[in-house]
Design a protein around this ligand. Sequence first.
Ligand SMILES: Cc1cc2nc3c(=O)[nH]c(=O)nc-3n(C[C@H](O)[C@H](O)[C@H](O)COP(=O)(O)OP(=O)(O)OC[C@H]3O[C@@H](n4cnc5c(N)ncnc54)[C@H](O)[C@@H]3O)c2cc1C
Length: 348
Amino acid sequence: MSKTKRSIWVFGDYRNYFQNRVTLQLLSRARELAGKIDAEVCGVVFGHWTEEWVDDALSQNPTFCGVAGEYIAHGADKVYLTDDPRLASYSVETYTHLMARLAGREKPEIILIGATTFGREFAPRVAKRLGTGLTADCIGLDINEEGLLVQTAPSFGGNLVAEIVTPERRPQMATVRPGIFQEISHDYDRRGEVLCVPMPEGIPADRIRLLSSEKCPPREGKLEDAKVVVCGGRGMGTKKKFAKLFELAELLGGEVGATRPVVYADWTERDALVGQAGKQVKPQILFSFGISGAIQHTAACTGAKFTIAVNKNPNATMMKLADVAVVADAGQLCSALIQELKRRIRRS
Ligand SMILES: Cc1cc2nc3c(=O)[nH]c(=O)nc-3n(C[C@H](O)[C@H](O)[C@H](O)COP(=O)(O)OP(=O)(O)OC[C@H]3O[C@@H](n4cnc5c(N)ncnc54)[C@H](O)[C@@H]3O)c2cc1C
């Protein structure tokens, strides 16, 4: 492989591998973008015992080697791997140092990082060190006719969606929200290169010390992956009425999402927030109860295949965006649906 070939890097955020697939989603999109600028796709992994993290997958596929092999199977041509005991836990300072050093040497064209909690902390520091720009929280990526990365992101407080390019500085850098792109299914026959990069000497000592960490148990059904999402807004009226949405979602085998005012009013947990500041959803069916349709919310619903909106105001933006718009009281319609579904289930 030519050393001068342009490259698109994807940071390997692998700690919540089985729950958080953003790195695989980025590898998939990077593959498509690489085709447009004749580049190679590279994963970058910092850690320790990286071959153990995906051991479930490994046990079924004895030929590949841990995280690096998994990234190759999901589209990477090459993986830069630094495996060292000092990288056993995520450290934003050390990781920034390593990434800036490696990118400074290898000069990738593009670096993509998942907008996870860690990625959001890590990416701006890397960009600063490299003296380049960063578009945070992208909801779209493409290549324009000049070969530049077009980074689509909510801007100006989320009131506009902007397309941003980095014409001069390199690398072009973006963080991307989980759930925007579809991962490609693995192909363990794919071949790629794993380049072991030794831990450099003289790395400044970390100023943050990790005292302990605990893995959260994975949630059963995840909003981002749910086939049916029942979303509720302020128009549900009260916490008690909002709670009906959980019953409806359960009957439909779906998950409940919420708008920001609902989360602020403590009608449900922050985990349910759908929108610019929350999660991206892409269900087969999205129910939208009592939601006005502000762009900060709807930008995260564009992946829904079919939307049914319920609002007492027929002119609400959400009603115009929906495939089916029902002018009704959200609480009453929700109760009626629950009753009808229960009646049908009892009969069947
Ligand atoms: C920087 C920034 C980030 C943001 N991020 C997010 C985000 O991630 N997610 C998010 O959701 N918002 C976000 N917001 C807030 C967003 O701008 C909207 O304020 C919010 O989405 C509105 O929520 P809502 O539709 O529930 O409430 P409202 O806008 O108040 O709409 C309530 C709707 O309910 C209808 N209604 C009222 N009573 C009934 C009834 N009885 N039956 C049926 N319908 C009824 C009304 O007609 C109205 O359309 C953000 C804002 C900013 C500035």
